[in-house]
Design a protein around this ligand. Structure first.
Ligand SMILES: Nc1nc2c(ncn2[C@@H]2O[C@H](COP(=O)(O)OP(=O)(O)OP(=O)(O)O)[C@@H](O)[C@H]2O)c(=O)[nH]1
Ligand SMILES: [Mg+2]
Length: 449
């Protein structure tokens, strides 16, 4: 993936180095991006959609979130779109939940199945599992020895018996052996070659029916680029594919295409392999992967900022549209919680401008923090209806809310008083903001950055 990394790194520096992101700069940057992705073997249509999406979203952002420059925003969009392309935010679950758990590895010849079986064994042995490896490949000369040696190295149990002749019998006997050996995880390696594809797939199906695996993992070689999609399709005509392991990401610049087509099959990429050593295995996390691809250690920090700003924005929008409800207050308190300790936030929020909050002692701050926490739990004990329409909160509701949140009716009333004060204040802020807003517009202050 070095080439793609270098290309993306180049694009990031180019963004950072531009004085302004005008139409022409943007177009140049997106063209570089297209070139880098296409060279990485990512499907042309996907590349086009991705860059188009970034362009649109960037142009449509009328006002940037405060504290975020146009450059930050463009980098953020690039990051988010790439992450989406590779499967989104979720980290795959690699936990083994039932025992014994049977995992069957399938894939075309040379994709790295046998090596991967060793890697997976080591990965799970390190997590305290007893692992058994079964070799069913009767075609490839030396397959048994290859996996037996790997098993010895990682201290896994091993079964394989070429004298049994056919793969399905070996699989059955192996499963029996590993079960009585009390393996927690049983990994079944299969052949990647046969007289023809049809025969291979039929054998794979036979083994599948015999061992009834909890998981079928397709092993794909990143150097195969876009073809990975077709491979997945061929196997899935015979057996369900539950997860994907992408190997050899270290030895190709074209890993992008393989990753994308693997993701598009709908099966989750669980692991990636980035070297021939048994240690070269990694849980695939699209976010982390893209951050690294973009060569940005600080992208996570940027993301957190964007997220908190977006939540603040939502709240401000509500306020702007005259909708300051208890729900707004709750969202605001939640967003504040994400931004960090109160002492730091106070300087960032409009509240920080209020004279009575200047020069608070540590103790006062701690009290305020406590109150915030208490209020949040009070708000969370309210129904949606109450949050949206605080007027209906009568004495009996107050008692119920206090009980539900582990506070007192006095606490609830205090919060309601604060809310009333705030909504009065908000409407005056709103008026002055509107005035400021039109002033900014007249002066064109929001342009450029
Ligand atoms: N660079 C690199 N090489 C790998 C990786 N995974 C596997 N290999 C190499 O790929 C080659 C084929 O690996 P095998 O594990 O034998 O592949 P296989 O799918 O079992 O092959 P068949 O059994 O013939 O179908 C070996 O030289 C491995 O060392 C990886 O993540 N990175
Ligand atoms: Mg093999």
């Amino acid at each position: 993936m070095r080439d793609l990394m270098d290309a993306l790194g180049g694009i990031i520096s180019r963004i950072k180095g531009s004085t302004v992101i005008d139409e022409e700069t943007l177009r140049g940057i997106l063209r570089d991006l297209q070139r880098a992705l296409i060279r990485a073997d990512v499907d042309v249509k996907l590349v086009y959609d991705l860059t188009k999406g970034i362009e649109q979203e960037f142009k449509e952002a009328k006002e940037l979130p405060p504290g975020l420059t146009a450059k930050d925003y463009l980098i953020y969009l690039l990051y988010r779109r790439l992450t989406d392309l590779l499967g989104g935010d979720k980290e795959p679950d690699v936990e083994i939940k039932v025992k014994p758990y049977v995992m069957m590895l399938v894939g075309v010849e040379g994709s790295g199945k046998t090596t991967t079986a060793g890697k997976l064994a080591l990965f799970y042995i390190k997590r305290g599992l007893r692992v058994g490896l079964i070799e069913t490949d009767t075609i490839r000369p030396g397959a048994f020895d290859q996996l037996r040696q790997l098993a010895e190295r990682v201290k896994a149990m091993f079964y394989g018996d070429p004298s049994l002749g056919d793969a399905i019998s070996i699989a059955r006997a192996g499963l029996e052996r590993m079960r009585s050996g009390k393996a927690d995880l049983i990994i079944v390696d299969t052949a990647g070659r046969h007289r023809n594809e049809e025969e291979l797939l039929r054998e794979v199906k036979g083994i599948y029916d015999a061992v009834k695996p909890n998981e079928v993992m397709l092993i794909v070689d990143a150097t195969n680029g876009k073809q990975v999609g077709a491979q997945a399709e061929a196997f899935s005509r015979y057996i369900p594919i539950n997860s994907i392991f992408v190997t050899k990401l270290d030895s190709t610049a074209k890993g992008g295409g393989a990753l994308v087509s693997a993701v598009r099959t709908g099966a989750k990429i669980k692991f990636i392999g980035n070297g021939e050593d048994l240690e070269d295995i990694e849980v695939f996390n699209p976010r982390r992967f893209v951050s690294r691809l973009m060569g940005m250690g600080d992208v996570e920090a940027l993301l957190d900022r964007v997220k908190a700003i977006e939540e603040e924005e939502e709240v401000l929008e509500d306020i702007e549209s005259g909708k300051f409800t208890l729900l707004t207050l709750m969202k605001q308190l939640e967003a504040m919680g994400k931004l960090g300790p109160l002492s730091r936030i106070l300087q960032m929020l409009p509240i920080g401008l209020m004279p009575q909050l200047k020069g608070l002692s540590d103790e006062q701050l701690a009290n305020a923090q406590d109150r915030m926490r208490r209020w949040l739990s009070i708000l969370r004990s309210m129904t949606r209806e109450e949050l949206l329409n605080p007027n209906i909160i009568n004495a009996s509701r107050i008692r119920r809310i206090a009980k539900g949140s582990g506070t007192t009716p006095r606490d609830v009333r205090e919060l309601l008083r604060y809310y009333n004060e705030m909504s009065r204040m908000m409407s005056s802020i709103r008026k002055s903001q509107r005035r400021l807003g039109s002033l900014f517009k007249r002066l064109n202050l929001n342009q450029g950055q």
